[in-house]
Design a protein around this ligand. Sequence first.
Ligand SMILES: [Zn+2]
Length: 57
Amino acid sequence: MAGTFYRVQCADCENEQVVFGKASTTVSCAVCGTTLARPTGGNASIEHEIVETVESR
Ligand SMILES: [Zn+2]
């Protein structure tokens, strides 16, 4: 039960980045710095397109 990761594509620069589904801090795009996900106390709120869900074991 390590959690779920999402591959998220930045809407601004099309960079793909893996985001932890329960991120506890704001996740910014590594290329352009826009916010990709915000912590909500539970599952992170993903604000961009999820390309792929990556289950971890
Ligand atoms: Zn970006």
